[in-house]
Design a binder for this molecule. Structure first.
Ligand code: SAM
Length: 228
């Protein structure tokens, strides 16, 4: 085996270990999520996307630990279990067009790109957004579109969306995002302040436009920033 094949093999094994930890977390949170395992399609995507490509060199050896990691600018790549859970809660379908608020490293966008037709993702910190854009291009994710801006306002020209995932905690559900959700669509968003317990919330819009919200479990995210 040459050294690059050895490195690949090392990461494949480590990624398998991460999958087992996600499975264990799903079982131990089954009380909250109402099931013992996540959607197999989502787990396949988690087993495929090379998380080590999305983290800085200094923490690459930790890429497959089931924990958030720093990605610079005071931001983090989310814990793998939380990425898997949020993706599962979104109930992605092959034909879907999805919006992500908070591109960060681009990892969540890559997971979504494995499962849906088009991913639109917005990042407020310009260098992070640009790095993620370049990384996703290098990894050949042609169905991800990255934009720099305040995701609180969504991406009106590309809406409405079948699904919206927000990966930073908001004090309230942004009305522009509700507006850009299709009837029958769902949004997954952490709600709460930096100093209080945040809740992961699923918002569903029915065919008539009526909203229902469901709290899933307590989480801890960096705050949604911006001028709103
Ligand atoms: N989804 C990311 C990933 O897979 O690496 C992790 C996201 S990190 C937990 C949250 C991200 O949201 C940060 O990169 C932060 O800069 C970004 N963010 C915060 N407020 C934002 C806003 N108003 N609009 C867009 N992005 C925002």
């Amino acid at each position: 085996m040459n050294s690059s094949a050895q490195a690949q093999d090392k990461y494949t094994q480590a990624r398998q270990g991460m999958i087992q930890e996600i499975e264990a977390d799903a079982r131990s949170t089954s009380f909250y999520i109402n099931k013992k395992e996540l959607d197999p399609k989502v787990m396949d995507a988690m087993g495929k996307v090379p998380r080590h490509e999305f983290v800085p060199g200094q923490v690459r050896h930790l890429a497959y630990e089931n924990r958030p990691l720093p990605i610079g600018h005071g931001q983090t790549i989310s814990q793998p279990y939380i990425v898997a859970l949020m993706t599962d809660l979104l109930e992605p379908k092959r034909q879907h067009k999805v919006l992500e608020v908070g591109t960060g490293s681009g990892y969540q966008a890559a997971i979504l790109a494995e499962l849906v037709a088009e991913v639109f993702t917005i990042e407020i910190i310009e260098p992070l957004g640009n790095e993620a854009k370049e990384r996703l291009k290098q990894l050949n994710y042609k169905n991800v579109h990255v934009r720099i801006g305040d995701g609180y306002y969504g991406w009106e020209e590309q809406g409405p969306f079948d699904g919206i995932v927000v990966t930073a905690a908001a004090s309230h559900i942004p009305p522009p995002l509700i507006q850009q959700l299709k009837p029958g669509g769902r949004m997954v968003i952490p709600v709460g302040s930096r100093f209080m317990v945040q809740q992961l919330v699923v918002v569903e819009k029915d065919a008539k436009g009526k909203l229902t919200t469901r709290q899933i479990l307590p989480v801890r995210f960096v705050p949604l920033t911006g001028a709103h």
